[in-house]
Design a binder for this molecule. Structure first.
Ligand code: THU
Length: 138
């Protein structure tokens, strides 16, 4: 099994622990770091729908809360149907983690059968990042 296969499998497993009683749409995300560690998350919904958290946001928050500040190499995202690409908010959230390491992670978007590969920079072109603050002064 390749490293990417293992990451995809970790995302699929994480989807099993998603808390998605309102949408019934369970998503799993898995983040692979340069030291080999994989951090996962599933979406966490709330009865006040707008408070729900996507799988990628949960995984990214776990990584940051564990003290990770870079080294994000790849992200796998698994949902129930066709290959799922990260929502706009999650692209920005992943971008924060990626910017800390200066890298451009691979994003593996997994459906039931097919896996599509992107770079985060393809999914979030012209990103607003830490450098944008430095150049935006008066
Ligand atoms: N969802 C994710 O977890 N990640 C995404 O990138 C897209 C959407 C979740 C949010 C919600 O709990 C469910 O999928 C349906 O939108």
């Amino acid at each position: 099994m390749s490293a990417d296969d293992a990451l995809v499998e970790a995302a699929r497993v994480a989807a099993r622990d998603a808390y998605a009683p309102y949408s019934g749409f369970a998503v799993g995300a898995a983040l692979r770091f340069a030291d080999g560690r994989i951090i996962t998350g599933g979406n966490v919904e709330n009865v006040s729908y707008g408070l729900s958290l996507c799988a990628e946001t949960v995984a990214a928050a776990k990584a940051l809360a564990e003290g990770r500040r870079g080294g994000l190499l790849a992200v796998a995202l698994a949902g129930p149907g066709d290959p799922l690409t990260p929502c706009g908010r999650c692209r920005q959230v992943l971008g924060e983690l990626a910017a800390l390491g200066g890298g451009d992670p691979l994003v593996l978007c997994c459906g039931a059968r097919e896996v599509r590969e992107y770079r985060l920079s393809e999914l979030l072109p012209h990103a607003f990042g830490p450098d944008s603050l430095a150049t935006g002064s008066t």
